[in-house]
Ligand binder design. Structure first.
Ligand code: SER
Length: 314
């Protein structure tokens, strides 16, 4: 039987790219997009879309039953910067929605669940370079606390109830189809839009604040890769470290400048820089590479080239 997939958060930065790849792989009608807000036209026009507020558990259940959903990719989250403004709402959204999905899997309605964690699950006393899979985790943001807690609940549901839930800790994600919102790593996307529009960018991180990053095609490859891996290969049920490359704003700006010589970056550092300084600069993802053969394709140069090429077409 073909899997029926529901993507929660289909209008977001990851969802937009993930839906299109899943529809190619599984067939348009087998991949249901859902979000509280309308997705872009190419998602709306290529397959089913259901409006869902993930905090409405009954509505979620209705859609799962309507389409006989077997897999859920749960991508809804309030990210790090917005979560600091609305701590209670961030915690509620991030945790309640995860429990709803995990409980549906526990009750036998779903065969597999995907739920992403993040570099934000680490904290200020975590060793920052080549951060190990197992190390100190003391997140200092509401978003990070929700991600670390969520990881532990995923592991609990797997061990206690046999729920097949899979997860990776994404670095900052860079893509051109949909902009991220409310995150600390968002600058690395916005900089491209502003560079092409105005030849300048005012950055909220310091020029030497290094963060781990990844180009979206690799994030999609990892996401579908871990979901399609044989269950016995997915040995870690909290979440896998995942890594591609790292850079600071100055390095990225220099790369853009080499393509757009008139580009200029300036800095107006805000509290998001403190968040970034509490996260790893690079991550050791050898367990993902070993357990389910993860490999990234894009390095920094390839990402910059592809971003500028695609955004220039718009
Ligand atoms: N991109 C996220 C953020 O910046 C981290 O996972 O909040």
């Amino acid at each position: 039987m073909t899997d029926k997939i529901l993507v929660l958060g289909a209008s977001g930065q990851i969802g937009t790219d993930l839906i299109m790849q899943l529809r190619l792989d599984y067939g348009n009608d087998n991949v249901v997009a859902s979000d509280i807000k309308k997705p872009v036209d190419f998602i709306l026009n290529s397959g089913p879309f259901e409006e869902i507020n993930v905090l409405d558990e009954n509505r979620l259940l209705e859609v799962v039953k309507k389409y006989k959903i077997t897999q859920v990719y749960h991508l809804v989250a309030m990210l790090s910067a917005t979560g600091e403004k609305f701590p209670a709402a961030g915690w509620k959204l991030n945790m309640d929605s995860l429990f709803s999905v995990l409980n549906m899997a526990k009750d036998g309605l779903l065969k597999k669940v995907y739920w992403p964690s993040s570099i934000a699950s680490f904290g200020p006393t975590t060793p920052r370079t080549n951060t190990a899979q197992y190390t100190i985790m003391d997140p200092g943001t509401v978003y990070g606390i929700s991600k670390l807690s969520g990881e532990l609940w995923c592991d609990y549901y797997h061990k206690k109830y046999g729920v097949d839930v899979r997860s990776v800790r994404y670095p900052g994600l860079i893509s051109y189809k949909t902009q991220p919102g409310g995150g600390t790593t968002d600058y690395a996307v916005d900089i491209f839009h502003q560079a092409l529009k105005t030849n300048s960018y005012e950055c909220f991180l310091a020029e030497n604040t290094v963060l781990p990053m990844m180009y979206m095609p690799d994030a999609i490859k990892a996401t579908i890769g871990i979901m399609e891996a044989p269950s016995e290969d997915v040995k870690i049920r909290t979440s896998y470290n995942l890594s591609a490359f790292s850079f600071d704003p100055k390095t990225l700006a220099d790369k853009i400048k080499s393509q757009l010589p008139n580009f200029n970056i300036s800095y107006a550092i805000d509290s998001r820089n403190d968040i970034a300084l509490s996260w790893p600069q690079s991550m050791d993802d050898s367990r993902a590479r070993k357990d389910w053969a993860w490999q990234h394709d894009y390095d920094l140069d390839a990402m910059v080239k592809d971003m500028l090429e695609n955004l220039s077409k718009e």
